[in-house]
Design a protein around this ligand. Structure first.
Ligand code: NAD
Ligand code: UDP
Length: 310
């Protein structure tokens, strides 16, 4: 049994991660400020974990030792991370700095939830890990993209200077049950809109692409990454390489909600990446990981989740 810290554990991905870690019998401390997460996501395990409501931009309280740290704390949806961009940037940079100090103190392994956004609006397609990206440093997405890039820098400098065992995963768009209905991400927006007989809001012409990974696949990747040999630091792409346009996604959502609604075309947000698809050869080779859940199956399950809640 290990003692494990999960920051952002009351969020979408963090709550699924906690479920899996509890199944394995570990002791879990969850630190979350509930900015975009919710106690509802962890109410079924609240007696089995230690929950601390705290903002990781502020000095951490005394938490004791940890074997492993998963750093997931950060708003992930453009709507939320742009609401207070300075706080988002601080969350990535000041947050990871404190956690790296903790990892250094206790010799803990630290896994960072990085993102495909480090590739920005990519010119290289699909994106392998060695691509350095095409990021606007001063745009409205920069607080998130550059924050995550800066966090990666800090992780690798702590590994080089202090031999901290680091694990960096670059997550591509992930979806599934416990996404927040008001989160603003495309999968939750389309499903909720379709179930409510509202038009699906397509930004731009809907020809931009994303590659959607089902949450269970992603969490399996996290666990394999943490358990990989020390020299496997990443960054490693975790995502599903099946690529879809937003119009194709809209069709799939309507197929599984069995509700055909109109499309409402709205302006494309500034700096919105035109295409995104991971190369996952490294995850296959080093972690023996590849996603199993096809988009149809995952959307069906996610639709069911939102139906059960309505
Ligand atoms: P989420 O918004 O559901 O979860 C983030 C959690 O972090 C929330 O519970 C929130 O309250 C908490 N949080 C935010 N700022 C905090 C702070 N300053 N201090 C303490 N807690 C804070 O998002 P998610 O989809 O679960 O994303 C989890 C992580 O994975 C994030 O770091 C995100 O950047 C990364 N990620 C997610 C995706 C995706 O598609 N879901 C893609 C790439 C990267
Ligand atoms: N998008 C859309 N309608 C929505 C929400 C998003 O067409 O209601 C588009 C958005 O412009 C982007 C893609 O869907 O091109 C994915 O957006 P999301 O916010 O889910 O993730 P990210 O942009 O961070 O990849």
């Amino acid at each position: 049994m290990k003692r494990i810290l999960v920051t952002g554990g009351a969020g979408f991905l963090g709550s699924h991660l906690i479920d899996r870690l509890l199944e394995q019998g570990h002791e879990i401390v969850c630190v979350d400020n509930l900015l975009t997460g919710s106690l509802k996501n962890i109410e079924h395990v609240v007696d089995a974990i230690t929950f601390i409501q705290h903002d990781i931009t502020e000095p951490l309280p005394e938490l004791g030792m940890f074997d492993d740290i998963y750093n997931l704390a950060c708003p992930a949806s453009p709507v939320h991370y742009q609401a207070n961009p300075i706080h988002t940037f601080k969350t990535s940079i000041l947050g990871v700095l404190q956690l790296l100090e903790l990892a250094k103190k206790y010799g803990a392994r630290i896994l960072q939830a990085s993102t495909s956004e480090v590739y920005g609006d990519p010119i290289v397609h699909p994106q392998p890990e060695e691509y350095w990206g095409h990021v606007n440093p001063i745009g409205i997405r920069s607080c998130y993209d550059e924050g995550k890039r800066g966090a990666e820098t800090l992780l690798f400098d702590y590994a080089r200077m202090y031999d901290v065992p680091i694990k960096v995963v670059r997550i591509f768009n992930t979806y599934g049950p416990r996404m927040d209905a008001r989160d603003g991400r495309v999968v939750s927006n389309f499903i909720v809109q379709s179930l409510q007989d509202k038009p699906l809001t397509v930004y731009g012409d809907g020809q931009q692409t994303r590659s959607f990974c089902y949450v269970d696949d992603l969490i399996e990747g996290f666990l394999r990454m943490m358990e990989s040999p020390k020299e496997v630091t990443g960054p490693i792409n975790l995502g599903n390489p099946d690529e879809f346009t937003m119009l194709e996604l809209a069709e799939k959502v309507m197929k599984w909600t069995q509700n055909t609604t109109e499309l409402k075309f709205l302006p494309l947000p500034e700096d919105d990446p035109k295409q995104r698809k991971p190369v996952i050869d490294e995850a296959k080779r080093l972690l023996n990981w590849s996603p199993k859940v096809r988009l149809d199956e995952g959307i069906q399950k996610t639709v069911q989740y939102f139906k059960d809640r309505s």
